[in-house]
Design a protein around this ligand. Structure first.
Ligand SMILES: Nc1nc2c(ncn2[C@@H]2O[C@H](COP(=O)(O)OP(=O)(O)OP(=O)(O)O)[C@@H](O)[C@H]2O)c(=O)[nH]1
Ligand SMILES: [Mg+2]
Length: 188
């Protein structure tokens, strides 16, 4: 089967949110996907085939948006999500420490519109993932998660309830739920 015919999921989020690190954790790898403390590190769409030959699905890592993003990266992402019929789910990543800003709300508005086609059918679903929870003091975690959930709901009521993760914890936290979620999205 040609690579691009596999079912696919893509990740999005502000630059430096932890997208590439999350997919490394999902793939049980520490540095297959290049990561950096400097925002704007991932600069193109990168495809990772999962499962034995010929592969079961593709994970698509994407550049970030926001103050450290670039217009052409947004165009690349938009072109992908509007043309790729094998796209099953978009993962929307939020840094727990930062919460949502205007860029995130704009992206959620935009994604909400692309969730519905002219025929009213849903081409793909939208799943939020809160990451870097290790950076929030445990006494503040519940309130922080509630605020992020409420903020997502304001812009994207169709977005699926956030999963909660940390790629930096040893072992990484919440990743099995992400794997299960990806399998479900791709009906595996
Ligand atoms: N504390 C902590 N740091 C994390 C976590 N996930 C990623 N990081 C760090 O955050 C920084 C950015 O991670 P990346 O995975 O490169 O983020 P990205 O969203 O792919 O960034 P761009 O490609 O620049 O958009 C790196 O220094 C990571 O080590 C996490 O769960 N907790
Ligand atoms: Mg990246």
């Amino acid at each position: 089967m040609a690579l691009m015919q596999l079912e696919q999921v893509i990740i999005t989020g502000r630059a430096n949110a932890g997208k590439s690190s999350l997919f490394n954790a999902v793939l049980r790898r520490s540095n297959l996907l290049s990561t950096s403390s400097k925002a704007g590190h991932t600069k193109s769409l990168n495809f990772y085939r999962v499962g034995p030959e010929p592969g079961q699905l593709l994970l698509v890592d994407a550049p970030g948006y926001g103050a450290r993003g670039r217009p052409e990266w947004g165009e690349l992402f938009d072109h992908y999500i509007s043309t790729r019929e094998q796209l099953k789910r978009i993962y929307f990543i939020i840094n727990a420490k930062h919460g949502l800003n205007n860029y995130d709300h704009q992206m959620l508005d935009h994604l909400s519109k692309s969730l519905l086609t002219d025929r009213g059918t849903q081409p793909f679903t939208l799943q939020a993932v809160i990451t870097k929870v290790d950076l929030v003091p445990s006494s503040e975690l519940q309130a922080t998660l509630k605020k992020i959930r409420d903020d997502i709901w304001k812009s994207a009521p169709l977005c699926l309830t956030p999963l909660v993760t940390s790629s930096a914890m040893k072992p990484p936290f919440g990743i099995e739920a992400v794997r299960k979620n990806i399998r479900e999205a791709c009906s595996l």
